[in-house]
Ligand binder design. Structure first.
Ligand SMILES: Cc1cc2nc3c(=O)[nH]c(=O)nc-3n(C[C@H](O)[C@H](O)[C@H](O)COP(=O)(O)O)c2cc1C
Length: 214
């Protein structure tokens, strides 16, 4: 089992979303015996924006030369897509920023949602070409965005579900710690709720995804 974890908070491993993602990774690891899972961490906050060649390639009818594909954001994109393809399970650790994904996660999305590589264009619209595999999303937010206490819109979970579906990843499960700005007691309660949900979740082995890994 290969777990790819994408860390999106500017606070990195000190972040609440990373903390929650670690609970997920621990549960995933505990759910599967030997051989032990491998966890690869990717720091999305360190990714550069896509560049000029990348933008030109994505709006052209065919891919550019091997030389252009091998440099800059196109090379980076190829490596990020390889990492996705080699993962049996994906964990995304992300805060909510301004009601949606942080810019670091958007940069990763821009690199991996790529025509002719992870989706194709059909008369019916974009169709994902990646083999499906479980994606677990660990979200942290200062206020609530779900349930009766929500006082803000949620452009994060519907967006992420849609954009991951665009490349073929439809098996997406969200876990949240909401209200981190509401003080220690509220934070403890939010963490406990999230951990109870993780404990109750049935994590299943993904034999199909395992067989697809290079
Ligand atoms: C630029 C920025 C924008 C934010 N926007 C929101 C928001 O729209 N809604 C919200 O509930 N919290 C918002 N927050 C608060 C974070 O979501 C909250 O502090 C979260 O717990 C951070 O998680 P992390 O420790 O994983 O980075 C924002 C924080 C930052 C830095």
């Amino acid at each position: 089992m290969n777990i790819l974890r994408i860390i999106c908070s500017p606070r990195g491993r000190a972040s609440e979303s990373y903390r929650l993602s670690q609970r997920l990774v621990d549960r995933l690891c505990a759910s599967f015996g030997s051989p032990g899972p491998r966890v690869t961490d990717l720091d999305a906050a360190a990714l550069p924006h896509v560049d000029r060649d990348y933008a030109a390639a994505l709006s052209a009818p065919m891919d550019p030369s091997a030389e252009i594909l091998g440099r800059g954001a196109l090379r980076q994109s190829g490596e990020l897509i390889d990492a996705l393809q080699n993962a049996s399970h994906i964990v995304i650790a992300t805060p909510m920023h301004n009601f949606t994904v942080p810019s670091s996660l958007k940069v990763w999305i821009d690199h991996v949602v790529r025509v002719r590589s992870t989706f194709k264009i059909t008369p019916e619209g974009k169709v994902g070409t990646l083999a499906d595999r479980p994606v677990y999303v660990a979200i942290s937010s200062g206020g609530e965005f779900s349930g009766d206490a929500a006082r803000q819109p949620d452009f994060l979970t519907p967006y992420l579900k849609h954009v991951l579906g665009t490349i073929g990843l439809h098996d997406v499960t969200f876990f949240t710690v909401e209200g981190t700005a509401r003080g220690d007691e509220a934070l403890r309660a939010a963490r406990a709720r999230a951990e109870a949900r993780i404990a109750a979740h049935a994590f299943t082995a993904n034999a199909r995804a395992e067989s697809l890994i290079a």
